[in-house]
Write a protein that binds this ligand. Structure first.
Ligand SMILES: Nc1ncnc2c1ncn2[C@@H]1O[C@H](COP(=O)(O)OP(=O)(O)OP(=O)(O)O)[C@@H](O)[C@H]1O
Ligand SMILES: [Zn+2]
Length: 721
């Protein structure tokens, strides 16, 4: 191959042609470095016929500089990258970039220095050195990491190196990970679990696309069951990817995995250290990595021989990325399995409507686990009608819920209160003049955080200290908090049950793996009586002593313009309810609401999942909403409101008039100001027959906008703000 076409990692440059000097081994998929003016660019060699580029005469082609020492990006992954870019109307380069690790990973090789104790025991020691000697037994890491472990300064450890207490060790950056053992701790499965596991194991043995929905009630042991599929893949030496919706859940997963397979799986997410990232990427690409657990970004990595993907809590909307490439990792996971011909398991107790529909249509094979493991019963669910059982003035917990919590505390059992709102209060106003604290960059109130004593915007991160006086009228001591956030609920619990040990679980308090682990360990060891938390605690956890769940405000998710509100409320409440009564003692759930008649709430109370899905599916069918019709959103933004509005109008004005597509808007977005940008939205509702992506491209590509205008397409949107 003399002339090659390269996909360059800069969406603005896109595709460029080069020449290959004699003797450089280049294939499609090779990762190369090429000159661009005085700079160098990174790119992937692509099939020329699949990418259009400006034709450059032979004589003007520059030679590439280097072929990086990594295996080429496999063809099937290249096809998936193309499919994703096409489906989500995203630049190919932006999708392809997700396949690559860091530059360091691409270069490979190399060593780093770590330190460990020498075993020397000096006669006299400073207290800090003594503490470090204790803490670092059996550890080996960089000085910085050891310092963190031992809670001493780097300086102390460097001193210990000088004194011969610590010694340097040269470590291969690509050293292999310990091997997982499929037979390490094989559980005894229940009959239902075994039947499900057998199906999965058979599928793993058959190199064919096989999508499954593992539909098991909360506490049915979905993890144990799909672990058998993982075990089979390990035996066959095929790689496994387990996608989790958020990093917060990984710690818990790691423990369970280690328990079953003897070692930790390999982690992949955005906050890995660069050395970890590089080691993980290389072992994935070279095929040594056995099982990778990650957030959605792990999906596009060039696994050497992937043979199974599991999407756990597959209904979670965080699988949908809502900036950059707006892809849904759940759906792309299924596509990857299809392109590469292996099974994919979507596991959930509350499957998305789309997934349910596909299962009912026979596209996905549905595997049911209808009962909890070990004979535990599903909890009893009751409604607390707040209009009739009002909490005390200025309080948020109804008397019945309070009584039940007191009873739990007296019996030494645990309660969990769920409210999906961080902070102390969602709105702060001046009692005197009515001034409301609003974000200057966003259409949003500032949320009071009492621990940090700040008012914060949850959209852009803008923060101010809580002022002494009203900034509008100057009156002192006049600010009132309106409405509850989890911090306020935790305060209320402390007042009602002063002796209770309360844990507040939100992304503000649980921002490290250590914090999360400590919480889980305490909850498991009965060192916590009441958990107050956001959606962070609604799923995945198994606390046998937890017997009461209180949903503080079930109506919260039903407000606003979210077209999937009913489904999401159902999922959230059903998931959190599913934390109750997982052990030997029965669980009880109290749902506080002002709309007990709403069909979601009624279905939850009746425990009638099928009725909810059936009703919601009919409503979606009538509205031509997904999964029957399709949606796409166009979001137009600019720092200049008039400019944004004009651009949105241009888009609206040029909308194609097609029988199978309805264009709604433009209208100001509910979040009409976000991070200083004014926003307008259009929503497209298309029939399945419409060629949505092609129409969108042909409609939008010819349009020209001022520089400050951004136009985003969101196919299958989950966010409507
Ligand atoms: N076959 C088994 N042997 C031993 N323990 C099991 C078995 N199956 C499940 N368990 C235990 O039962 C508990 C519930 O299982 P698990 O958390 O996998 O349920 P789940 O279906 O994922 O629930 P959720 O959807 O609520 O997270 C866990 O503590 C798990 O270890
Ligand atoms: Zn803001």
């Amino acid at each position: 191959m003399k002339r090659i076409r390269i996909l360059v990692f800069n969406a603005a440059l896109g595709v460029l042609d080069y020449r290959v000097p004699e003797g450089k081994p280049v294939e499609h998929g090779s990762v190369v470095i090429a000159p661009l003016g005085p700079r160098q660019v990174l790119g992937i060699v692509w099939e020329a016929e699949r990418l259009s580029a400006q034709e450059v005469p032979e004589s003007k082609l520059r030679p590439i500089l280097e072929v990086l020492p990594v295996p080429p990006i496999p063809e099937r992954l290249r096809r998936l990258i193309e499919w994703t870019a096409d489906y989500y109307c995203a630049p190919l380069a932006s999708v392809a970039r997700m396949a690559l690790g860091s530059m360091a990973a691409l270069r490979g090789g190399g060593t780093t220095t770590e330190y460990r104790l020498t075993g020397m025991e000096p006669a006299r020691l400073t207290p800090q050195r003594a503490a470090a000697l204790d803490a670092l037994q059996g550890e080996q890491a960089s000085i910085k990491e050891l310092a963190e472990l031992a809670s001493v300064s780097d300086g102390v450890l460097r001193g210990m190196v000088g004194a011969g207490l610590l010694e340097p060790v040269t470590v291969d950056l690509d050293r292999p990970y310990p091997r997982a053992d499929p037979g390490f701790a094989v559980p005894e499965l229940s009959e239902g679990q075994q039947a499900a596991a057998d199906v999965f194991v058979e599928a793993v043995r058959t190199p064919r696309f096989a999508p499954f929905l593992l539909d098991g009630v909360t506490g049915s042991g979905k993890t144990e069951t799909y672990f058998e599929a993982v075990a089979e893949a390990l035996r066959l030496n095929r790689q496994v990817l387990v996608l989790l919706p958020e990093i917060a859940l990984t710690e818990n997963f790691l423990r369970r995995f280690e328990h079953r397979f003897g070692v930790s799986p390999i982690l992949w997410h955005s906050s890995l250290k660069s050395s970890e990232r590089r080691r993980a990427w290389r072992s994935i690409v070279l095929g040594d990595a056995q099982v990778v657990v990650g957030a959605r970004s792990a999906l596009f990595l060039p696994y050497a021989h992937l043979g199974l993907i599991i999407v756990d809590e597959a209904h979670e909307i965080s699988f949908k990325q809502d900036d950059g490439v707006r892809y849904n990792a759940r759906d792309v996971a299924v596509m990857r399995a299809k392109f590469e011909a292996f099974p994919v398991i979507l596991a959930s107790a509350t499957p998305a409507l789309e997934t349910m529909q596909l299962a009912e249509a026979g596209v996905y094979r549905k595997i049911d686990l209808p009962a909890r493991f070990g004979g535990a019963q599903l909890p009893d669910i009751q409604i607390v009608d707040l209009r009739q059982e009002a909490p005390e003035r200025g309080k948020w917990l109804a008397p019945r819920l309070v009584e039940e919590m007191k009873a739990r505390l007296a019996r030494g059992e645990q309660s969990l209160l769920f409210l999906n709102r961080r902070g102390y209060a969602p709105l702060t106003l001046c009692r005197h003049c009515g001034y409301r604290f609003q974000c200057p960059n966003c259409t949003a109130w500032l949320v009071e955080h009492r621990f940090s004593q700040r008012l914060a915007c949850h959209h852009c991160g803008h923060e101010v200290p809580v002022p002494e006086a009203c900034p509008e009228c100057g009156t002192g001591d006049c600010l009132v908090a309106c409405g509850p956030g989890v911090e306020r609920i935790a305060d209320e619990v402390a007042e009602i049950l002063p002796e209770a040990r309360v844990a507040l679980v939100t992304s503000d308090t649980m921002n490290t793996a250590e914090a999360m682990n400590e919480f889980v360990a305490k909850a498991e060891n009965k060192a916590i009586d009441v958990i107050v938390g956001t959606q962070l605690v609604t799923k995945g956890y198994h606390f046998p002593e937890l017997t009461l769940v209180g949903v503080v405000d079930a109506d919260l998710g039903l407000e606003g313009g979210d077209l999937r509100a009913a489904e999401r409320t159902y999922q959230q409440v059903a998931q959190v309810a599913g934390r109750a009564g997982r052990g030997e003692k029965p669980g009880e759930v109290l749902i506080q609401t002002r709309h007990p008649e709403a069909s979601v709430i009624a279905a939850l109370a009746a425990g009638d999942r099928d009725a909810f899905y059936a009703a919601e599916i009919e409503a979606r069918r009538d509205a031509n909403a997904p999964p029957f019709g399709r949606w796409a959103a166009i979001i137009v933004s600019s720092e200049d409101q008039a400019e944004a509005k004009a651009a949105a109008r241009t888009i609206g004005g040029t909308a194609p008039n097609l029988p199978d597509m309805l264009v709604l808007g433009p209208a100001p977005a509910p979040l009409s100001l976000l991070r200083g940008r004014h926003r307008f939205r259009l929503l497209i509702n298309a029939k399945r027959s419409a060629e949505l992506q092609r129409v969108l491209r042909e409609w939008l590509e010819p349009l020209q906008f001022p520089r400050g205008v951004r136009v985003h397409i969101d196919v299958d949107p989950y966010s409507f703000v």
